[in-house]
Write a protein that binds this ligand. Structure first.
Ligand code: KG4
Ligand code: ZN
Length: 421
């Protein structure tokens, strides 16, 4: 089956053409991601109305680029997929695009002026992220997918973004091309740790006889900030550019690399390990932000009793202070992640650990999780670099595993959609 995946849940517009052959073969035919990071940088975070506008602007030309991609002309691929001209009369076209008139006028304009209304590709289904994510951003993908499904007369399936992150870890090779690869397989029971800018959760993943029919249960989740969000907010206090996560973790690494060799002139702060000893599998990272804020205020001789204006609190401190804060913060959050993930593995009797989400680009967290899996004698499934962040490959794959196409009218964007099923 050939699936077109569409992802617009946050600040990445992504589309992917994936071929899946039962039970476990796949090839990536084409795969395009357009990141809005540079645009959101000046707001210090993702600005939903801007994200929506950018998705609406980008998605049509991206799909045109995909259907005209030279990769589709490779003889091995051209056997399976072709570009075909089609025609629908004005009434059918109006009906396919009708809901865009009220909901997505920008998108309607782009689509009406596009080749997509006269040429399509021979695919079996469209899979679109319906949540969780930023609702205005999600709607662009959902409304676009609906219009395309009607216009091209192709079944549509709704995909949960977090399920995408879980299944993305089964992909071993994300290079587009004619070669088929084998998906990793999962034991009957696994635990997935999903850590991104919007989410932090531990999910129990299981399947019965049918390897590709998974059930999911949320075992624990953050009660306030997501892990990536905590990284980004602390980076902002330290005046590091957005997205702060990679910058903060680079400083932590620089400190860690020297920590073993030199004694630091500044003592390392001992930040709290929130909820590390609680019996549940939940997380909380907001308190750490406050701990860092108070540490910085003290360092700058600002009274801790000054009103808290977190969003505007940035501090001008030297590189050495930035490094020890980054190091102390990363050490604290990693300890919490490891403790809770271990508890989840034990409680679920998991035979594999899956990790997904943008924060997994973090080498230290990656290596500590790998150590945890090793000490529990279970494999760890980490996604490739491209599949770690938001992408449409994982959405297309989850779409391939979805049994039946969804009822068109029931497909809605849901900002707080849950993975449980
Ligand atoms: O999954 P993702 O690409 O987007 C969503 O949030 O869905 O994750 C992005 C998040 C951002 O908060 C970013 O700062 C964080 O992942 N991140 C990192 C690192 N690379 C990205 N956090 C810590 N260390 C990193 N190396
Ligand atoms: Zn994500």
């Amino acid at each position: 089956m050939i699936i077109l995946g569409i992802e617009t849940s946050c600040d990445e517009t992504a589309i992917c053409l994936l071929e899946h052959q039962e039970p476990n073969k796949y090839r990536v035919i084409e795969h395009i991601i357009s990141s809005q990071i540079d645009l959101h940088r000046k707001y210090g975070g993702v600005f939903p109305a801007l994200a929506k506008r950018e998705h609406a602007k980008n998605i049509v030309p991206m799909l045109e680029a995909l259907i005209f991609s030279p990769r589709l002309s490779h003889p091995e691929i051209a056997k399976k997929i072709s570009r075909v001209k089609f025609s629908v009369d004005q009434t059918a076209k109006d009906s396919a695009l009708e809901h865009l008139r009220a909901k997505e006028p920008d998108l309607l304009q782009h689509i009406e002026a596009s080749i997509l209304t006269t040429e399509k590709i021979s695919i079996d289904r469209i899979a679109v992220t319906t949540g969780p994510g930023l609702e205005p951003a999600l709607w662009v993908g959902v409304n676009f997918a609906k219009a395309l499904a009607k216009l091209w007369d192709i079944p549509l399936v709704a995909v949960n973004h977090m399920e995408g992150h879980v299944l993305g870890s089964l992909v071993i090779n994300d290079n587009p091309g004619p070669d088929f690869h084998t998906l990793r397989s999962l034991p009957e029971k696994s635990v997935a740790l999903l850590i991104s800018g919007g989410h932090t959760e531990l999910v129990g993943v299981s399947h019965g006889e049918d390897d590709n029919n998974y059930s999911y249960k949320i075992l624990g989740a953050t009660r306030d900030d997501a892990l990536g969000e905590a990284y980004d907010k602390i980076a902002r206090m330290l005046n590091l550019p957005y997205p702060g996560g990679p910058n903060l973790s680079r400083l932590a690494k620089e400190y860690r690399d020297i920590a073993g060799n030199e004694s630091s002139p500044v003592s390392i702060p001992e930040f709290p390990r929130p909820m590390i000893h609680t019996n549940d599998l939940d997380f909380s990272f907001a308190g750490l932000k406050t701990a860092v804020l108070y540490y910085l205020r003290t360092a700058k001789n600002i009274s801790p009793y000054e009103p808290k204006k977190m969003r505007h609190d940035t501090f001008d401190v030297g590189d050495d202070v930035k490094k020890i804060i980054a190091y102390a913060f990363e050490t604290a959050v990693t300890e919490v992640l490891i403790a809770k993930t271990k508890k989840a593995i034990d409680a679920a009797g998991a035979e594999a650990l899956i990790v997904g989400g943008g924060v997994i680009a973090n080498d230290y967290i990656r290596s500590e999780l790998a150590r945890l899996a090793e000490s529990n004698n279970i494999p760890i499934l980490l996604p490739t670099k491209t599949v770690s962040g938001d992408n449409a490959l994982m959405i297309a794959l989850a779409g391939a595993f979805t049994k039946d196409a969804s009822d068109y009218n029931e497909i809605l964007a849901q900002g707080n959609a849950k993975i449980d099923k």
